[in-house]
Design a protein around this ligand. Structure first.
Ligand code: CMP
Length: 139
């Protein structure tokens, strides 16, 4: 089915001027960028977004990192978009990411791993709604 997934180009990537390089990998994979904006995430937004990880030891570090610079939030659309984008991103730990993936090419560490992508249809809908109004998504 045609799906939409939520993507974040994280501060480590925007700091190194990699927005275009990552977008090129997304578009070359056949996914369509149907919404996109560059923002600074507030502490409240980061804590809400990563609430599922609130009890993990790295939660504070994760929130601080996501606030450390600009991010680019996106909606990607395509057939089976959620799984396809996770495959394109590569493993969370870049040292385990496959050749040809965004994290293999660009990410520095498990924390500073350049991109986020939704893990399921339900979370994609929640994550998209946190950052985009319906009329900001143009398919
Ligand atoms: P993301 O896909 O955005 O969702 C949760 C994030 O937590 C994950 O990417 C990593 O950036 C981060 N994360 C996961 N494990 C660790 C860890 N051990 N240390 C720091 N950050 C982590």
């Amino acid at each position: 089915a045609v799906e939409r997934t939520f993507s974040i180009i994280k501060p480590d990537a925007t700091a190194r001027n990699l927005t275009g390089a990552i977008n090129a990998m997304i578009e070359q994979s056949g996914l369509r960028i149907v919404a996109q904006k560059r923002i600074r995430i507030t502490r409240e937004q980061a804590q809400t977004f990563y609430a599922v990880h609130s009890q993990r030891p790295f939660f504070g570090e994760l929130v601080d990192f996501m606030m450390s610079g600009p991010v680019v939030v996106q909606v990607l659309e395509g057939e089976n978009a959620i799984a396809r984008y996770r495959e394109l991103m590569g493993a969370t730990d870049p040292s385990k990411a496959a050749e040809g993936t965004i994290r293999k090419a660009h990410a520095a560490s498990i924390g500073e791993n350049s991109v986020h992508g939704s893990d399921a249809v339900e979370t994609a809908a929640i994550e998209i709604a946190q950052f985009f109004a319906g009329n900001e998504i143009v398919g």
